[in-house]
Write a new protein. Sequence first.
Length: 373
Amino acid sequence: MKKVKKELIAQKLDLVIQKLINLDNPENEDKLKEGGEAVGFFQRDFGITEWDWPQGVGLYGLFKVMKYRKSDTYRDFLYDWFRRNITEGLPSRNINTTTPLLTLVELNEEYNDKEFETLCLDWADWLMNCIPRTKEGGFQHVTSANGDRQGVRLNENEMWIDTLFMTVLFLNKMGQKYNRQDWIDESLHQVLMHIKYLYDTHTGLFHHGWSFNRMDNFGGIFWCRGNSWFTLGILDYVEAFRGTLNSGVKTLILDTYKAQVKKLKELQGPGGLWHTVLTDPSSYEEVSGSAAIAAGIMKGIRMGILDDSYLECAQKAVRGILNNIDKDGTVLNVSGGTGMGYDAEHYKNIMIAPMAYGQSLTILALIAALELY
């Protein structure tokens, strides 16, 4: 398959970045609101201004652009974003509101802002000592309450695959930065716990969640974006160790990653993307999860973890992503916030709307393509 020209990828990347920075609520917000949570409508998820996971993933994408281009172009935007949110007051602490700190801990290496540092240190301590836990000490997937910035939704005794990206990456990064072996060890505990309870040995894919109350994986659905959090995040996690990760644990983690992407390669749609229910071709092809999967696969190739047989898969994915970027840089066919589902229909009925994480995960995929090509 002929490679996509780097010039086209770079051009599209700039469009997506500008749309992310200026992202606002969708024009059809009132209509989307009528569907409520059943279709993934959460007011906090729109735009780039709120402090929660969609925006946190967006910031992570911008910071990756800064590092890739060795440019300070977006540094002021990121600094001002954090300063404004801290000044105005932060929402409740939970799994999802941890996500912006993934960027802050690295951004602050340039600013050495004491308030930023104190926030990161205090939050890491909170994760160790205060966040609700499941049986066996898993991080309970506590999220923000819909419509209440200071409230939480406990999701009692539940672990979700999203937690690895939203929270565990940050805790490990803090452990590495401050030489806190207890923080590093806890991050490893969480990674292995999530693999233990969410990984499906028959397919190599991940279930969305596990309930210790129900003692099952809810509907047993293989959700695209859920799987993508592992595909994308786990290599960033391993990379953060800079070669110090225990070899046995590293082998287990990377074997899990390779088994997952082997199955994902088989499930790739004809348009280069993946269906929102990975094993259900009748479900729509979803771009944010597909972009994260593509970014994770391309990083695996670049790190030498995957062989060149995955190049065609990556190239098909890049073409599919580019075909879903509108003229103004809006990433199309992005699914809304998705709670735990008990059947495939739940995931297939989630609304489609422009989201900060859709822009950001596309940014990560396009950067990965530029690095690989």
